[in-house]
Ligand binder design. Structure first.
Ligand SMILES: Nc1nc2c(c(=O)[nH]1)N[C@H]1C(S)=C(S)[C@@H](COP(=O)(O)O)O[C@H]1N2
Ligand SMILES: [Mo]
Length: 326
């Protein structure tokens, strides 16, 4: 598997996470209180947050809960443990509390599931998940995930490059962007009853970003189908952009002429731009993006431009002002 090896070797040995540094469950729970207080604000960032929210999330605060009592959760080399990936989530449709997304999403119905692919294409189509997996065989891709809040993981995804699906529907010359939409179903997703956001969750990519081979439609991780909390049954993964671009539980993909307006751009345009490329030199208005806390580690590490994928993607942004196009 050429791709597999290529993406494995893409992560330097220096990133190997000593899994010995796992937080104990007890420590984790102690940290929860701190998190909840700032969750609405800190999260991929409620713009103004609830009335009591007025202080910026201290970028270090979240990291401080990891005064690490080692519990030795073994995982292969540098991967974030499956346990952490399954239990520390952002999925605002269910709740803004990362630690309870999994339980709140446990009964989310993800089968049957269809994804409608259309807009400016010659061959629009409605694909069910089984068909997608048959037509585009999932491969393993190990990617870093960097949340705009300042934490990160290394996740072994299963999926297929988005460009394979886009090629199948044959974009028309007028198509310049791709717009993605999450399921809208407030009966199942209680967070969608909140007025803080303009549901459903929408994200977008420029067509060349969407066609890049790193851009993945993920259907699994750690060799299994996606769990609801991770965006089952199919979600986007764009590893060089902040995590909020990687939209979960997708039901609609449209090729469009104009730049789509995402949920986060509507919620706080001064904080969340269309590009959202990981960039340590462009601070979030309320906190620095220079460093991040890798789950399972204690000390914060430096954040890399394009999340470490500059060699692959920097050319997409040649001549662009990255401060302006944040
Ligand atoms: N539909 C939807 N997609 C979403 C989100 C969300 O709240 N709703 N959160 C985003 C954010 S902020 C991050 S960091 C990642 C987290 O993915 P994970 O929980 O699988 O690690 O999902 C992204 N995709
Ligand atoms: Mo995020």
């Amino acid at each position: 598997m050429r791709n597999k090896n290529r993406f494995r070797s893409n992560i330097p040995r220096s990133e190997i996470t000593p899994e010995a540094l796992y937080r104990s469950r007890r420590h984790f729970m102690q940290g929860t209180a701190v998190l909840s207080a700032t969750a609405l604000l800190a999260a991929c960032g409620a713009p103004s947050g609830p009335p009591e929210a007025g202080t910026p999330p201290p970028p270090g605060a979240e990291g401080q809960m990891g005064t690490a009592v080692p519990t030795f959760t073994p995982a292969p080399d540098n991967l974030t443990s499956e346990q952490d990936i399954l239990s520390y989530n952002n999925f605002f449709e269910f709740t803004i509390e990362k630690e309870t997304v999994a339980e709140k999403a446990a009964n989310f119905v993800t089968a049957p599931w269809e994804v409608a692919v259309g807009g400016l294409v010659r061959q629009p189509g409605v694909y069910d998940i089984a068909t997608l997996k048959q037509q585009f065989e999932p491969e393993e891709r190990i990617y870093r995930l960097r949340c705009v809040e300042g934490w990160s993981m290394v996740i072994p995804w299963l999926g297929f490059p988005l460009h394979k699906l886009l090629e199948a529907v044959e974009p028309l010359p007028e198509a310049q962007y791709v717009r993605f939409e999450t399921l809208y179903d407030p009966a199942q997703m209680p967070g969608q009853n909140s007025d803080w956001y303009d549901w459903p969750y929408v994200e977008g990519l420029r067509l060349d970003e969407a066609m890049h081979d790193l851009t993945l439609l993920a259907t699994g991780l750690y060799g299994k189908d996606l769990a609801p909390q991770n965006g089952a049954p199919i979600r986007l993964v764009v590893p060089w952009k902040y995590g909020f671009k990687s939209i979960k539980s997708i039901v609609k993909i449209d090729l469009v002429a104009e730049q789509p307006q995402s949920l986060w751009m509507k919620a706080a345009p001064e904080e969340y731009g269309f590009y959202a490329n990981v960039n340590p030199d462009v601070p979030h208005p309320r906190w620095s993006q220079a460093t991040e806390r890798r789950l399972g580690e204690v000390r914060r590490r430096k954040t890399a431009l394009f999340n470490g994928y500059a060699a692959e993607v920097a050319s997409l942004y040649e001549g662009m002002d990255l401060q302006e196009n944040f």
